[in-house]
Design a binder for this molecule. Structure first.
Ligand code: C2E
Ligand code: SIN
Ligand code: SIN
Ligand code: FE
Ligand code: FE
Length: 509
């Protein structure tokens, strides 16, 4: 192939890749004149790179093998009278390239009438070769590159958005965040024309217990193993420090070799896009990245929440199915009632939405430790003796231990509730004798709801109490067994507790 490539000498100096200009003309002098006229040309800090072809056929090879040519100068008459026109048809129709700007040049204007050619062929300009003065050529190239740049921006954004939509719908099917994250990274790499950069998306979330979780949702390059399930790979310290800085300053960070995007996605959570660069980003790239990543952040937030809930539920189903297997006599009514009662109290206390959502499920786990209590003690018809009582009291710590290994918020709060739901306001409870506000609020809420419901229900060791007796008991224990603030709240809204009791009867009733 006589096709050859000459990098412009300026390209070496410039950090950004040059714009590619194709000159397709059978007259070598036209190549020389064009290159000479444009030799110092720069647009947005990028110089020009000339690609030459000397026939329509060479032109087809050139255009098929190079996909980011900004502008092609095409001669009309080469090996045939219409070789240039055929080439243009090939570029637009067969190769489906509508991005490259095409300037048709002819030595004999009469041969291919300007108006008809512009109408029938998708070209951007039509010039007589006599119009090859340096000034005219330059302004023609400025216009063409500017419009190529804009078309690329639109095309890339569109492709990016299509990618997001596509990956969103596939993630809704496959239900995995990592697949989605990987698709986002691929799109970002394409958008920015980066090949070998390290890039990843992480999500950070600070939960009710102040623990902050950093999850690497997707990665490319060297860090790809960070997303492999079961691997607990750590981020390199330098990167972790840079990300920490972004999390503190809550803004993007940008230097010549790294871009870190900060995208808040909720009150206590955010996503971070880390891109290691080989070149500084252009304004265009920054804009595309910003738009793309902001859109992605929204989708991520939804998926994160969804996946978090699903993961939690899986863990709970495991724990609970163990419990159910071991204790098939449980009715389930108690668990569903205390869930509604604790949720109600948490709302009345105006606790956070996340707390309210969590306590509802976590409270269902308060007695999960009873799976370790022997049958004859658990279902003893009468009062427990001292030894049996010691064993019974272990259910609080045992429930905690069952749940404590999970880092999911429902299981975490479940562990706290299991451990503290039999503590008393005056310090006389078990297992640790905590007093007052030493007892976490979720434990205090649970204590009130648990006892109200237990007293209203039949147990193997006691009949259900009357509503008045239950109210009286709760009132009497204000400040000794229970948090006084919660007692007054519960008594004020006691009807609601009775409603819940009536709506969800035990299975044997
Ligand atoms: P549970 O049946 O779910 O009861 C939860 C809590 O409700 C009890 O925690 C207690 O604070 C209150 N409660 C339930 N029934 C009564 C009652 O008749 N009188 C009073 N004053 N309070 C009541 P507690 O005491 O820490 O007991 C924890 C668990 O130990 C109970 O859960 C139950 O499974 C078992 N348990 C407690 N006492 C007995 C008993 O005498 N016989 C049997 N078989 N089990 C008992
Ligand atoms: C006990 O001391 O046996 C527990 C008190 C009760 O809940 O009945
Ligand atoms: C429960 O407290 O969760 C059910 C009642 C029982 O175990 O006796
Ligand atoms: Fe309990
Ligand atoms: Fe209970």
């Amino acid at each position: 192939m006589a096709l050859f490539k000459e990098p412009a000498p300026e390209a070496a100096k410039s950090k950004l890749p040059p714009w590619k200009i194709a000159i397709i003309d059978d007259d070598p002098a036209v190549h020389d004149v064009t290159k000479l006229a444009l030799r110092n040309f720069e647009f947005e800090d990028r110089s020009l790179d000339f690609l030459s072809a000397f026939s329509g056929e060479e032109g087809m090879d050139l255009m098929s093998n190079t996909d980011d040519i900004a502008l092609a100068f095409v001669d009309v008459v080469m090996e045939t009278d219409d070789a240039g026109l055929k080439l243009i048809e090939h570029i637009r129709q067969q190769h489906k390239n509508n991005t490259t700007r095409i300037v048709l040049r002819t030595g004999q204007p009469g041969q291919a009438p300007e108006e008809e050619v512009i109408r029938s062929y998708d070209i951007n300009d039509y010039k007589a070769k006599t119009e090859l003065s340096a000034g005219k050529l330059k302004s023609c190239v400025y216009t063409a590159i500017r419009s190529y740049r804009d078309i690329r921006t639109i095309e890339l954004s569109k492709r990016g958005m299509e990618g997001v939509i596509q990956s969103s719908s596939s993630v809704l099917k496959s239900q995995t965040l990592v697949n989605f994250g990987t698709a986002v990274l691929k799109q970002t790499l394409t958008l920015l024309n980066l090949d070998h950069s390290i890039l990843y998306f992480t999500s950070q979330h600070t939960d009710l217990y102040g623990d902050s979780n950093m999850t690497v949702l997707a990665a490319s390059g060297d860090l790809i193993e960070l997303t492999q399930p079961g691997k607990n790979a750590k981020l390199p310290a330098k990167i972790e420090a840079q990300i920490a800085q972004v999390l503190t300053s809550k803004t993007h960070y940008q230097s010549d070799d790294v871009f870190i995007g900060y995208y808040p996605s909720g009150k206590d959570s955010c996503n971070v896009l880390y891109v290691k660069l080989t070149n500084a980003l252009t304004d265009l790239q920054k804009n595309v990245l910003e738009m793309f990543a902001s859109n992605v952040a929204l989708v991520f937030e939804n998926l994160t929440q969804k996946e978090d809930i699903q993961q939690t539920q899986k863990e709970l189903i495991m724990v609970l199915s163990d419990a159910i297997e071991l204790r098939s006599k449980e009715t389930g009514g108690h668990v569903r009632r205390v869930a509604l009662m604790t949720e109600f109290l948490a709302k009345k206390l105006a606790l956070s939405d996340e707390f309210i959502d969590t306590v509802r499920f976590a409270s269902a786990l308060h007695d999960v430790g009873k799976i370790s209590i022997p049958e004859h003690i658990l279902h003893k018809p009468g009062k427990l003796d001292a030894e049996e009582w010691q064993i019974m009291k272990t259910h609080a710590q045992k429930g905690h231990d069952l749940l404590a290994n999970s880092n999911r918020i429902i299981a975490k709060m479940g562990a706290v509730i299991a451990k503290t739901h039999h503590e008393c306001w005056d310090g006389s409870g078990y297992p640790n004798g905590l007093a007052g506000e030493e007892i976490p609020i979720e434990g205090r809420l649970m204590a009130v709801a648990d006892v109200i419901d237990a007293l209203m229900s039949r147990r193997s060791y006691k009949p259900p109490w009357s509503i008045d007796d239950v109210k009286q008991y709760i009132a009497e224990k204000s400040g000794t067994q229970f948090d006084p603030q919660l007692v007054s709240l519960a008594l004020k809204h006691f009807d609601r507790f009775v409603d819940i009791r009536d709506q969800i009867p035990d299975d044997d009733e």
